[in-house]
Design a protein around this ligand. Structure first.
Ligand code: FES
Length: 137
């Protein structure tokens, strides 16, 4: 039995059921936001992280985590993955997490500040012991 014969046997209702799963839901739908399990420690004296010595500076680690120092000197960390379309473009800008693709803006606590950011952003915890910085989920 070929596909057309199969669909004729099932009738129009079944054909609709086979195709209806994407009607009204698949076109243009954004992927679900990803969450990541992270547990890493960095040495702040390592030259790779020199940008963290300046307020407003940030570094990207393994293209998955952004660690930043706010303009007031607080260290913060978030996922690199934007919840809008899962692109790895998050960085710190003006004490907000920002995605350059469509302009999603998130507060430092991960709350969305515009429509492209409505699904929020995964924020990581930070513990500093001397020059060691642990970043974890
Ligand atoms: S992918 Fe980040 S704003 Fe669209």
């Amino acid at each position: 039995m070929d596909r057309i014969e199969f669909l004729k046997k099932l009738g129009g209702g079944a054909a609709f059921a086979l195709t209806a799963t994407c009607l009204g839901g698949c076109m243009g739908a954004s992927p679900s936001p990803q969450t990541e399990n992270v547990d890493m420690t960095i040495d702040l004296t390592d030259s790779s992280y020199a940008s963290l010595q300046s307020n407003g500076g940030y570094v990207v680690i393994n293209n998955s985590v952004v660690v930043a120092r706010t303009t007031s000197g607080e260290l913060v960390a978030a996922t690199r993955t934007c919840s809008h379309e899962n692109l790895k473009l998050i960085r710190l800008r003006n004490d907000e997490w920002y995605c350059s693709e469509h302009g999603a803006r998130f507060s430092l606590s991960g709350q969305g500040l515009n429509s492209d950011a409505s699904r929020g952003l995964q924020i990581f915890r930070i513990e500093q012991t001397g020059n060691e910085l642990r970043i974890y989920s």
